[in-house]
Design a protein around this ligand. Sequence first.
Ligand code: RIB
Ligand code: CA
Length: 311
Amino acid sequence: MRDLILDTDIGVDDAYALRLALLTGRLLGVTTTYGNESIDKTTKNAKLSLRKWQCQDVGVCRGASQPLVKPRIISDGHIFGQDGLGDHYENPETPDAPDAISYIVNCARERPGEITLATIGPLTNLALALNLEPRLPSLLRQVISMGGAFGKNGHTGNMTHFAEFNIYCDPHAAEQVFAAPFNHVLIPIDMTHDVIIDEQEMKAYQDDFLYNISLFYLDFSEKYEKFRGMCVHDALTLVYFEHPEFFEETRTPIAVSTAGITLGQTHRRLSSYQSIPDDVMRGRPEHTVILNGDVKAIKEFMLERMLGGKA
Ligand code: RIB
Ligand code: CA
């Protein structure tokens, strides 16, 4: 039964998530957003990736080209290359596609309670879909998102000291989404920074496309981190989709800073005291935040899946 939609700003770690999504056999469609790159490039990248994996029966829909309020962050290509996929392959794909927002809403309306949406870029598309269909939280089965930073395990922001990239791209969208009663699981860099794949592990996946698009980032990582490896942030949403038992779940409301020096910072309720004034948290729905997980089990599952195993 195909019951998963992947919303992506497909860059390199997104491609690992897309591969895992395809290997579940449950991927219904892909929706694209700006983020790592422009909406034109991410839409072309999604189409190229599906073609490289000889996947003709999963459609691509095109979403938001910019955030709700703040200007779009323009990438300089130093992490994932100018095209967002490591500048390795020519990409003859076109950037046009059907509208992503209506696609998400229509799928949820047609199959209430059945569809899971995994978001691995800014939350702009989900916020726009919520504005289009206010019943969306009750129509989607679950939303699993990569994003946020709560300072656990020493992991603070990766865009600023406070903010993680996906949330920082559109904090207003994130604030709207987390204030809504979605069955929402958020996997922040507190967790994703603990799952690093080195070059040998990438080669073990025996996926030439994934390895080739990763080379640009591996060179960047070697130059600045003295290590050839990558945090596969986005892939963890798909690991959770199939094996939530690998992860430690914390229930908490989530608030997002939408101004000032902490712009894009995600806040959770802390057991000993509120990280922000209690009145901001009061009345907010609780969501699930993943701060820890079984890294060994996560990596073993990813390898088995990439090798075509049914883990
Ligand atoms: O902070 C990590 C996130 O930012 C990932 O989704 C990665 O693809 C980048 O978009
Ligand atoms: Ca991403």
